[in-house]
Structures are given as structure tokens and as C-alpha cells.
Design a protein around this ligand. Structure first.
Ligand code: NAD
Length: 524
């Protein structure tokens, strides 16, 4: 049965319109619903594995269904890779690495090809964005914005790579010692569905720029944009075997990459639970390097002396409900100083209203669907759990637009949350904000750090001394002061504690795809 997409949301209110504008401004085109729907009707899906420059079926011939959470329809059947397919991909990636056609290419040439790649993504931005909207339900404006971020990321690393010099050590006169960076070899990546191409791009751009071969296992919920982009990589001039995509499930294809004896490094983004597996896969196999970008439960601390409470409230809602709350560093624990709690919550509830879900293909929609049925049930279970543990829903809390056949949850705010409750401890990964009260700075710090995650933290206050002290004591990879922006590609992204290890973005990420070699020459 073909189901209709859900009704469109009304035009965003002024509360959310500048978020919308920012997203649109990141694009080089203005979107109209008609254009989006016309393009959607002409989509051609790449649904086979991409190995050694060719689309091929999996060795077993098995496939899995790719289901759209927009309306519950089946998009296509995708090749299901397993151990044998991973072996073939690793061999192709290793062979081309040893051949040197990419790994030993002059950085200035790799740069040029990566620029071509970025240009091809730009040319196909609407198609790639549509594939993500269809596959995981994020609004088309946001999806194309994410592709714009991939283009920017690819160019950033391409631009950097021919400007980095190696070192000559300050040795005695009869020695010449160089310390050089070399690519690792075959890099595997296993990525999540919340930003399907962007999370992969944060890995493939630095990995390719430094000369590695790359094998991506995208999330089973959202493989379509990665499968299409593989073809663009080839068209750009990246040699066969350097960029491979192996769709499939985690415990089979993902594990096969993680345990492979000839994969030199595995970059993982996903849950903390699965991140642990990759550490043991490496230990059980060849001790490959592992970098982990895992979950979060980030505190957003609002003091009574925040410079602009209204703006802080708007950011609290925008930060929580963007991408339907399916964001690793979302400000999901809202820590409110008691004296401003009621006033602030009123504002947050008001700013959450423009985030009511709507048709993801409508460029005016701010919040689309949840990725799938399982995740929707998980979110609804957490909402029930929050209520049963004594927290109170002050807005939302419902599954909505059910007659669309898709999966949508209204923006939800809980008050009276204790940090010991399940909804404050566990990552919900949905549009659910949990407000917790605090009395003073010490209590705020204690609550902020009372979590096994450490990805992000936000502090809103005008008191420089207080902010400085807290920023140093909060255990997280990022602390944002009076801001929700995490800046551009020049800034590292990653976590403390069980939010992971290693960093994506910035020049720091390049170090994760290279190894250091000392070469020493003794001269007479
Ligand atoms: P997930 O951990 O369930 O899956 C991530 C990837 O791991 C998928 O490709 C999946 O197929 C694979 N996988 C699952 N089980 C596996 C196994 N046993 N062996 C090998 N691979 C396996 O995560 P998800 O639901 O796709 O994404 C949501 C999670 O990702 C959240 O926890 C979120 O916080 C996290 N995330 C973190 C960041 C970050 O930068 N820190 C960014 C985005 C998402």
C-alpha cells in the first residue's frame, strides 16, 4: 500500500524561523516543495555494495529492506554484506594501498581530486539530501544542510593536506633524523544513522586526504547516501578500491571489519554499548587502532544571571529538538537555577511549539520523523518510565501523525526530574528534554558531572569567574559558554569518559589516520 506523506507543518513561527533561515543559508539554492517532490520521483537507488570501483551483490545474494520512517514504505532492498564481502573489500583496499596510486600520490594531486569529489557532492546535493530524508526522516532542509557540511569538510581536509610539513629532529651534526607521517593503510569505519553521510565524512575526508584506503559500513537504517557517494568518489578520480561501501548489519558486517586482521584502523561512531565491542574486536584480532565517538547526556546549565534568558530558552529548545533529538551532543539535561526555573520552563515550552513534526519533504518543516519503529518505541518507553519515576510532562509526550504510516514524536519537556532517574541517566536519543533544578554553582557542577558520559556541556551566565571555574571542572570534550554553536571544521569534536576517545574534525583528526616514522641517517 502506498501511503501519503504526512501533512505539511505551517510556516515556522518567528521563534524558529531564524534556525530555518540559517539552515537554508548554508545551501546554495532555495528549495521549494514542488522541486523536492519532482526530484524525489526521479530518484534511482544504488542498493548494491560498492567494492573495488563496482556495484556488486553480496556473496550470499542476501538483501535487507530499507524502510522509510517518513511513511513506513519500503524504499528498496539493499545488499547484505557479511564476512566474505568484507574480505573482498579489504583485499581490494590493501592492494591499491600497496600499489601506491593513491597512498603515494603527491598531496597536491590528492587535494585536487578531493576538490572534484566535493564539487560532485555539491552538484548532487538535492539528490543526496533526499536520500537521507527518505532513509531516516530528517527534514529536507536539514538533510541538504548536512550534505553542505560534508562538502565543506571534504574541502577543508583537501585544503590542509598540502600545507603540512614533517619534522627534522635537532640531532648531533653527524645525524639526519626525519620524523614523518605516513598513512596507516586500510581504514574501516562503522557509522550511525543520525547524520548518515556527515558522520562518515568526518572519517573518510581525513582518511583519504592522508592517503589511506577506506571501507565504510553505514548503519543498516540509512545506507543509501553513502552508496551513491561512492560512485561520485570514483567519478572524481579516486582510484578503484580506495573508497568502498559495504552495507549490512552490525553484528555481521560491522564485526567482520572490527575483527579483520588486515584492517589497520577502525573509526566508530555510535552507541557506547557498541563502542565497547570495537575495543574487544581490536584486542581479539590485530590490535588495530580504534577511535570511538559514542553517546552523550549533556548538561545545559542555566544560571539566573544568564545574559539573555529568552535566547537561552530558545537555544535549549532548538538544541534539543533539532534532528528530532537524535543528536549525540544534544543538551538533553536542562539544569535550571531554582529562582528562574518556572519562568524559564514557560519560555522553553513556547519555543518547543514550532518543532511539532511535519512532512520531512516540505522545506518549511523543522522536525521530521524518528529513524524507525524500534527507536520510536524506545523513546515512548522512556517517556513512560519518566512519568512512572515521578517526573512530569509539561508539553508533548505523544506519538503523533500515526495515520501517515511513519514514526513521529512531539517535542517533549519533563520537569521535576532528579538526576538519578532513568530519563536523566540514559541516552534517550529522541525529542525529550529533562529539566533538573539546582540551588548553586557547586550543585550544578556535581549534577553535570554525575554521568558516565562526557561529550558536551553548556553554561549560560554573565559571571566570568563562575563560568571559568565551571568550564575547567566539567568533564567533557566540549564546553560552550553562552552559546550553542560548536563552530566550524577547525574545532575538534569528541568525548571524555564513556563518550569515546579520539577526535573527529580539526587537524587533530589527521593524527588518527597517520603513523609516525623516524628515519635516521648517519653521515661521515
Ligand atoms: P549503534 O551503536 O546501534 O550503531 C552504530 C553502528 O554500529 C551501526 O552501523 C551498526 O550497524 C553498528 N553495530 C551495531 N552493533 C554492532 C556490533 N555488535 N558489532 C559491530 N557493529 C555494530 O548506534 P546508532 O543507533 O546507529 O546511533 C546512535 C548512537 O550514536 C547514539 O548513542 C549517539 O550518541 C551516537 N552518536 C555519537 C556521535 C559522536 O560524535 N559522539 C555522533 C553521532 C551519533
Amino acid at each position: 500500500m502506498i501511503r501519503r506523506p504526512p501533512r505539511s507543518t505551517p510556516k515556522p513561527s518567528s521563534a524558529a524561523s531564524d534556525v530555518y533561515k540559517r539552515q537554508v543559508e548554508r545551501l546554495t539554492m532555495a528549495l521549494a516543495l514542488n522541486d523536492v517532490m519532482e526530484k524525489k520521483s526521479s530518484l534511482d537507488f544504488k542498493n548494491q555494495a560498492f567494492i573495488n570501483g563496482n556495484y556488486i551483490n553480496s556473496v550470499t545474494g542476501k538483501t535487507f529492506e530499507s524502510i522509510s520512517p517518513v511513511d513506513g514504505s519500503i524504499i528498496t532492498s539493499v545488499s547484505e554484506c557479511d564476512v566474505e564481502d568484507i574480505n573482498i573489500a579489504v583485499k581490494a583496499a590493501r592492494d591499491v594501498f600497496e600499489k601506491g596510486s593513491w597512498s603515494r600520490m603527491a598531496p597536491s594531486k590528492r587535494k585536487k581530486i578531493l576538490f572534484n569529489f566535493a564539487d560532485l557532492m555539491k552538484k548532487n546535493i538535492l539528490e543526496l539530501g533526499l536520500l537521507e530524508t527518505l532513509n531516516m526522516g530528517k527534514p529536507i532542509t536539514r538533510a541538504t544542510g548536512d550534505i553542505a557540511a560534508c562538502i565543506n569538510c571534504t574541502k577543508w581536509y583537501a585544503e590542509a593536506i598540502d600545507k603540512l610539513y614533517d619534522d627534522v629532529a635537532p640531532t648531533s651534526d653527524n645525524l639526519i633524523a626525519t620524523i614523518t607521517k605516513e598513512p596507516l593503510g586500510v581504514v574501516g569505519a562503522v557509522t550511525p544513522w543520525n547524520f548518515p553521510l556527515l558522520m562518515a565524512c568526518w572519517k573518510f575526508a581525513p582518511a583519504l586526504a592522508t592517503g589511506n584506503s577506506f571501507i565504510l559500513k553505514p548503519a543498516e537504517q540509512s545506507p543509501l547516501s553513502a552508496l551513491r557517494v561512492a560512485e561520485l568518489a570514483m567519478e572524481a578520480g579516486i582510484p578503484e578500491g580506495v573508497f568502498n561501501v559495504v552495507p549490512g548489519y552490525g553484528p555481521t558486517a560491522g564485526k567482520a571489519l572490527g575483527t579483520h586482521m588486515d584492517v589497520d584502523k577502525l573509526g566508530f561512531t555510535g552507541s557506547t554499548e557498541v563502542g565497547r565491542y570495537f575495543l574487544s574486536y581490536a584486542g581479539e584480532s590485530n590490535m588495530k587502532r580504534v577511535s570511538l565517538e559514542c553517546g552523550g547526556k549533556s548538561p545545559n546549565i542555566i544560571f539566573a544571571d544568564a545574559p539573555d534568558l529568552d535566547h537561552a530558552a530558545k537555544m535549549a529548545a532548538d538544541g534539543m529538538f533539532g534532528n528530532s533529538g537524535q543528536v549525540c551532543d544534544a543538551p538533553s539535561r536542562l539544569l535550571l537555577q531554582k529562582s528562574i526555573k518556572d519562568e524559564f520552563l514557560e519560555k522553553v515550552v513556547s519555543y518547543s511549539q514550532p518543532w511539532m513534526p511535519g512532512n520531512p519533504f516540505d522545506p518549511n518543516t523543522l522536525m521530521g520523523s524518528i529513524v524507525d519503529k524500534t527507536q520510536t518505541e524506545r523513546i515512548m518507553n522512556y517517556i513512560d518510565k519518566g512519568k512512572s519515576e515521578g517526573a512530569n510532562v509539561i508539553t508533548g509526550g505523544d506519538q503523533v501523525l500515526q495515520d501517515s504510516g511513519g514514526y513521529y514524536v512531539s517535542p517533549t519537556v519533563f520537569k521535576d526530574v532528579q538526576n538519578s532517574m532513568t530519563v536523566a541517566k540514559e541516552e534517550i536519543f529522541g525529542p525529550v528534554l529533562c529539566a533538573i533544578d539546582f540551588e548553586n554553582e557547586d550543585e550544578a557542577l556535581q549534577i553535570a558531572n554525575d554521568t558516565h558520559y562526557g561529550l558536551n556541556a553548556m553554561i549560560w551566565s554573565n559571571d566570568l569567574n563562575k563560568v571559568h571555574k565551571l568550564a575547567k571542572r566539567i568533564k567533557s570534550g566540549k564546553v560552550l559558554i553562552n552559546s550553542l554553536s560548536d563552530g566550524d571544521m577547525s574545532l575538534p569534536h569528541g568525548g571524555y569518559k564513556q563518550s569515546g576517545s579520539g577526535r573527529d574534525k580539526s587537524l587533530e583528526a589527521l593524527g588518527q589516520y597517520t603513523q609516525t616514522k623516524l628515519t635516521l641517517i648517519e653521515v661521515k
